[in-house]
Write a new protein. Structure first.
Length: 127
């Protein structure tokens, strides 16, 4: 009876548990074309298997940060109406330099390097 129960329950539990996914090593990603990214906007870009938020400030300058909140790993977003990077989970706020300015986040977002090469916007890890 116990062997039969294990034979039925184990495959179900194995199916429901997500597979372990290792870190994908990425040096840089192409985030898009300069002309396609509006000023005063933010967008989430995949950097390997991690999210990065690309911000284009009102002055046209770019910045990129880890899109994972430093509080509880929720995904952050750009709030144009507030002019901040915002975490919806617990109302955490970061300024447009990635510095934590309000709410529970204990530290700033990790910064990435943004390079404009021709008309392409590239994001890479800071050295």
């Amino acid at each position: 009876m116990i062997a039969w129960l294990a034979a039925v329950v184990y495959p179900i539990l194995a199916y429901l548990a997500p597979p372990k996914q290792g870190e994908v090593e990425v040096k840089s990603v192409k985030a898009g074309k300069v002309k396609d990214i509006e000023k005063d906007s933010g967008t989430i870009v995949r950097f390997g298997n991690k999210p990065v938020i690309l911000i284009r400030r009102a002055d046209g300058e770019f910045a990129a940060f880890s899109a994972t909140c430093t509080h509880l790993d929720c995904t952050v977003q750009y709030r144009k109406d507030l002019g901040v990077i915002w975490c919806a989970c617990h109302n955490g706020k970061y300024d447009l330099t990635g510095r934590n300015i309000d709410g529970p986040p204990p530290r700033p977002l990790d910064a990435f390097r943004v390079v404009v090469q021709g008309d392409d916007v590239l994001i890479s890890r800071k050295a």
